[in-house]
Design a protein around this ligand. Structure first.
Ligand code: AR6
Length: 170
């Protein structure tokens, strides 16, 4: 599996599946979640509602897919990242988001998957740590996916993910 890092908007990526930093209610929010829902339109919203009717809510660290609707991508893989706190190490849950997303991507048969910096926005996770956990976790997985692409919205996020990838290159 190739791991790549780009600066840009996850909506614009020509990939099979896009990972969404969702909340457990699954029906949208701000940040990347809002952008993905807007881009997906009614078909994606209907699919999110159907998923919620089926599973109730999505737990932190878990992943579940819907169709993407009007997006270029075919699927959205929803994950719920942990909210940052300095009093408890929730890094395992953040790693689980990436692991579970890739497992679901494999099940779907997705060859290319775009990831945002899960938890590093509204949920407050420090970008440096978010990048280290994301890269370390993805590196350790032997997935059927050809490319895992981190798509970072800001220069700062892009710099941290690039650093994490370079630092850990064999
Ligand atoms: N493309 C790529 N990255 C983006 C985009 C985009 N279009 N938009 C934002 N980001 P966040 P979280 C970056 O807040 O911290 C929502 O309300 C953003 O700059 O989207 O996991 C959900 O419903 C940041 O670096 O996700 C939840 O309630 C990163 O994506 C909650 O926010 C993640 O920021 C989840 O919070």
């Amino acid at each position: 599996m190739r791991i790549t890092v780009v600066r840009g908007d996850i909506i614009d990526q020509d990939v099979d599946a896009v990972v969404n930093a969702a909340n457990s209610g699954l029906l949208g929010g701000g940040g990347v979640d809002g952008a993905i829902l807007r881009a997906g339109g009614q078909a994606q919203l209907d699919a999110r509602r159907a998923l919620r009717d089926r599973i109730g809510s999505l737990s932190t660290g878990q992943a579940a897919a819907t169709i993407a609707g009007d997006m270029r991508a075919r699927w959205v893989i929803h994950v719920v990242g942990p909210v940052w706190t300095s009093t408890e190490d929730r890094g395992g849950l953040l790693g689980s988001c990436y692991r579970e997303a890739l497992r679901v991507a494999d099940e779907l048969g997705a060859r290319t998957v775009a990831f945002p910096a899960v938890s590093a926005g509204v949920y407050g996770w420090p970008m440096r740590s978010a990048a280290d956990i994301a890269v370390t976790t993805i590196r350790a997985i032997d997935a059927g996916v050809d490319e895992a692409r981190f798509v970072l919205f800001s220069d700062g996020a892009y710099a941290e993910f690039s650093r994490a990838l370079d630092r850990q290159d064999p």
